[in-house]
Design a binder for this molecule. Structure first.
Ligand SMILES: [Zn+2]
Length: 408
């Protein structure tokens, strides 16, 4: 709705069956309300230059959310849970029928915003909130049979959409300093020992958003010389990238000061790449590593949240005897990564793909067991204070800032 607002003080009153809610009073005559389904009454209020209250009232029906968008049931919501007052942004998808979305839910598990992806074979595979405060996401071919890697930027109000081609894109990207950096495949024709198909491994490519050509900043083949041998049976099974045997299966890229930290999943290794030179600065765990874990290393993990001397890792646990998945926090202490916190899935469940763990503003952790559609808020002493579940797969999650307001 739109109304010509007089004066410099504006707010919106709104609610279902009444006007119980109210936005902050602001000098900006724009507001975006994150309304769940239902019949709403909305009143725009402005104070004119003489301080008189001027209003316009409308009604708005927000339709029920689509059948194909999996709903969330909140099973636990303790009063102390931070997520009761926060919003979560992520991609979610269903395997049957195939459908993918980017979405925002609130602490009651209700969707407050969602955007459908294009129909298969396009799949939304990763979503971030960019430095502009807007949603960004990538899509690729659902079965990775063609190179259709694409970056999308949309505005929260849905009025603006833009897209860029990201060659060989898979798994993860970062938008920073007016450019995008993404995980991509590079290839070698010679099969690895014991295999017959050509090799796919990982590179970081980047491009300015103003249209210049993409370039390779760093690649396993040229900048991280390792013996190209199948590290485990996952690499030998050409199932993720048809026609190729994957050596490293990079799945995460995180910006930490002047470095990109890259997770090479099949190698159980994190590599730090100099953003300016593309040089490998250190590697943690896995083959020929310069840093090591002080205990049992994670097995085929993912990660999204890292800082100068620490990180949170979602340890899928693929090669552990009981294959229970866990969230682990490490402190980087010289040449050792020291485990300072661990939370295993309470039922011993295994998350075979994706998975995420992030800090919340008040010190709790959000753990995402992607394949079972479970999100949990966990306290430092390991209590689950918020727990939601959906039939969909949940991708990796961004916690929107408290008091988040979208930027127009
Ligand atoms: Zn493996």
């Amino acid at each position: 709705m739109r109304w010509d607002a007089p004066g410099d003080v504006h707010w919106v009153e709104f609610g279902i069956g009444g006007l119980g809610d109210k936005t902050e009073e602001t000098a900006t005559p724009e507001a975006l309300l994150r309304l769940h389904e239902g019949a709403w009454v909305i009143r725009a209020v402005s104070l004119d230059d003489d301080g008189r209250r001027r209003t316009q009232t409308s009604s708005l029906v927000v339709p029920e959310q689509p059948e194909l968008l999996g709903r969330f049931d909140v099973l636990v919501s303790e009063p102390e849970a931070e997520l009761r007052d926060l919003l979560l942004f992520f991609n979610q998808y269903s395997m049957e029928p195939r459908f993918s979305w980017v979405a925002v839910i609130d602490g009651t598990g209700r969707h407050r915003w969602y955007l459908p992806g294009d129909p298969p074979p396009f799949k939304i595979n990763r979503a971030h909130v960019g430095p502009d405060g807007q949603p960004w996401f990538t899509t690729y071919h659902w079965d990775r049979e063609a190179d259709w890697g694409t970056l999308h930027q949309v505005s929260w109000d849905g009025l603006h959409r833009e897209r860029w081609s990201l060659p060989e894109q898979h798994h993860d990207f970062v938008v920073e300093d007016d450019s995008v950096t993404w995980l991509s495949w590079v290839y070698r024709d010679t099969p690895m020992p014991g295999t017959t198909s050509p090799v796919a491994t990982d590179a970081l490519r980047s491009r300015p958003l103003d249209g210049d050509q993409p370039s390779i900043l760093w690649s396993v083949l040229d900048d991280h010389p390792l013996d190209l041998r199948p590290p485990c049976p996952h690499a030998s099974a050409p199932k993720f990238k048809p026609g190729f045997t994957e050596f490293s299966h990079g799945n995460s890229v995180v910006s930490v000061d002047d470095e990109w930290w890259v997770m090479l999943r099949y190698l159980d290794q994190i590599v730090a790449v100099d953003k300016q030179t593309g040089a490998t600065k250190w590697s943690l765990g896995g083959p020929e590593a310069t840093l090591s874990y002080d205990g049992v290393p994670p097995s085929h993990p993912h990660f999204s949240d890292a800082w100068a001397d620490g990180l949170l890792v979602f340890d899928n646990g693929d090669h552990r005897p009981d294959d229970t998945s866990s969230a682990i926090e490490y402190v980087l202490d010289g040449e050792v990564a020291r485990e300072v916190w661990r939370f295993e899935h309470p039922d011993g469940a295994h998350t075979p793909f994706l998975g995420d763990v992030r800090r919340l503003p008040g010190g709790n952790r959000l753990v995402v067991w992607s394949s079972s559609g479970e999100l949990m808020e966990v306290t430092p002493d390991g209590r689950v204070v918020w727990h939601a579940v959906t039939p969909d797969v949940v991708g990796r999650v961004t916690v929107l800032d408290p008091g988040w307001q979208p930027v127009f």
